[in-house]
Design a protein around this ligand. Structure first.
Ligand SMILES: *[C@@H]1O[C@H](CO)[C@@H](O)[C@H](O)[C@H]1NC(C)=O
Ligand SMILES: *[C@@H]1O[C@H](CO)[C@@H](O)[C@H](O)[C@H]1NC(C)=O
Ligand SMILES: *[C@@H]1O[C@H](CO)[C@@H](O)[C@H](O)[C@H]1NC(C)=O
Ligand SMILES: *[C@@H]1O[C@H](CO)[C@@H](O)[C@H](O)[C@H]1NC(C)=O
Length: 501
């Protein structure tokens, strides 16, 4: 399937900035006891703008205003700067969600800074035409923005040469934090990188399994991950056997309760339904947290604790036989409903929701980043280790589809060439903690073992996408509590070492 690549390339971005499903009916009827909009941490910050070069590496055509947030309430001279490297969304999302920074600032006497990534949120280079001149959208330009901002803040707050700056980031932000520490060790004294798939590229040695994402998703629906016994088998029928594509469209429409005005054509409906199901699974896998959470729904609603397990309850019997087809379809519809029907008020399903303008912009930006630099491996199905149809990674074909969709040929080995591979990092890098969540499909694209005594990896059992960066919660497992402690113990050590004691 050609559009696998595009859909999957969007996943890293959607993991943090969920496309707003405003087209779905009834989302204003909120039937949850949990407050859906808990007050965010933005109110605890001051918003600033910093004038940055549009181009840091060649004569710049001008400057732009980069947004950042600061809280200096806990800062004591001599304390560190906790600097969040913004990723592909409005930075207030990270300001509100990154409890690890907020909960530790006082003890460390830290200055808190959250910087927005160029082209995202309100940090627009060309505000009147946000999607023009995308050539300045690169990881190098974004890092240089952060370097420049930090340099100014250090002087504003009179940082001494032995005061530390610690980078924090999740997902793509964790990749940026890792690269920041590797490339600019004089700027960042250490980095906490949550769920950062920094080895998910071509030409890394040793190479990562190109099917890692598909395998990660598959793992979540197995009994090993706490899912019901037949969940995987029932989903394999949809994915590996692509059974939905062989069914009569009218059967599908009624069993999946599609809305009368759903305009998916009969030709497309089987694949659309397959992707619709896969999308629900993918989000629930990233958001497979041990307690009810609003994060994956971007504050618009609550997913239950371990949503994949909850969804799998609808597929707990073997429904793969031909005489069970109706029950199987209803099971799939209910499975996906745990995600799409989070308000419990949907009267019908829509296979594709009209995307709003903001998420359309973000999708375009992320696609550009994917097709220019962040060319991650997405293969599936060529062996039994995942439950999807055959679409093994084909770098040439994927690169060609970038040429067709975006008119650009990816710099395929960009990160392998720029930063080297794990063996290089073990020799030359230091002061990074990488965390992975057992249930996060991105886990296999990240570092999962210690590389050196200051390059630490922690795989957090029963956690999903960067749970460790969030605020503490009564539903936290011992493992995530221990991971946060390990992270902050390392931060403390890096700060002490910088001071020379
Ligand atoms: C963050 O919290 C503020 C309130 O402080 C709220 O206005 C804003 O919408 C929140 N941002 C996101 C992306 O959730
Ligand atoms: C954020 O601000 C609120 C209201 O002023 C205050 O109650 C709360 O303690 C602050 N939280 C943090 C982590 O600074
Ligand atoms: C959404 O959930 C409610 C409550 O469980 C249910 O009655 C309704 O049929 C569901 N909608 C869809 C489209 O599955
Ligand atoms: C880890 O890397 C650092 C930074 O280069 C180096 O100083 C240290 O010796 C390495 N440690 C080990 C155990 O290899």
């Amino acid at each position: 399937m050609r559009y696998t690549l595009l859909l999957l390339s969007l996943l890293l971005h959607v993991s943090l900035s969920h496309p707003i499903r405003s087209a779905f009916p009834s989302r204003t009827q909120k039937s949850h006891a949990v407050p859906l909009h808990t007050p965010g941490m933005v109110v605890n910050c001051t918003e600033y703008f910093f004038e940055q070069q549009i181009d840091h590496f060649a004569p710049s055509p001008g400057t732009y205003q980069q947004r950042y947030f600061v809280n200096s309430e806990y800062y004591t001279p001599g304390g560190p700067m906790f600097f969040y490297l913004g990723n592909e969304a409005d930075v207030t999302l990270y300001v509100n969600a990154t409890g690890l920074i907020w909960e530790n600032a006082e003890e460390f006497g830290a200055l808190i800074v959250f910087a927005e990534h160029r082209y995202y949120g309100v940090s627009q280079l060309f505000p009147e035409d946000p999607l023009s001149n995308l050539q300045y959208l690169s990881t190098e330009q974004a890092l240089m923005d952060y370097v420049t901002l930090i340099s100014t803040l250090k002087s504003t707050y009179s940082f001494s040469s032995t005061d530390s700056v610690i980078g924090f980031g999740g997902s793509y932000g964790g990749m940026l934090a890792s690269w920041a520490r590797m490339k600019y060790p004089h700027v960042w004294d250490g980095a906490i990188a949550g769920s950062a798939p920094i080895v998910s590229f071509e030409d890394m040695t040793p190479g990562v399994d190109p099917n890692f994402y598909a395998e990660g998703v598959t793992y979540d629906v197995t009994t090993a991950a706490g899912a019901s016994e037949f969940c995987e088998a029932n989903l394999r029928k949809a994915f590996a056997d692509t059974a939905l594509t062989t069914l009569d469209p009218s059967t599908l429409r009624s069993a999946l309760q599609l809305c009368d005005d759903d305009d998916t054509s009969d030709d497309d409906i089987g694949w659309s339904a397959t992707f619709w199901l896969n999308e629900a699974l993918s989000y629930m896998a990233m958001g497979n947290f041990p307690y009810p959470s609003t994060y994956i729904l971007n504050g618009d609603g609550v997913l239950p604790a371990f949503p994949v397990r909850v969804a799998c309850e609808y597929l707990s019997e073997d429904l793969t036989r031909d005489d069970k087809i109706d029950e199987w379809l209803i099971g799939l519809s209910n499975f996906a409903g745990v995600y799409y029907n989070y308000t419990s008020t949907l009267t019908c399903n829509k296979l594709s929701s009209p995307v709003n303008r903001e998420s359309e912009i973000v999708n375009t930006l992320w696609n550009y980043q994917y097709c220019s630099q962040i060319f991650q491996l997405f293969g599936q199905g060529d062996d039994e280790s995942d439950m999807f149809w055959d679409a093994p990674w084909d770098g040439d074909a994927s690169a060609q589809s970038c040429v067709e969709s975006n008119g650009i040929y990816p710099d395929r080995s960009h990160f392998a060439l720029s930063y080297g591979n794990k063996a290089d990092w073990a020799r030359e890098a230091s002061n990074i903690v990488w965390s992975q969540g057992e249930y996060d499909p991105w886990r296999g694209g990240g570092v999962q073992e210690d590389l050196n005594d200051s390059l630490i990896a922690v795989v957090i059992g029963e956690a999903a996408h960067h749970l460790d960066l969030f605020f503490s919660h009564e539903g936290d497992t011992d493992e995530v509590i221990a991971a946060r402690k390990l992270e902050m113990d390392n931060v403390r050590k890096w700060i002490r070492e910088k001071r020379g004691n």
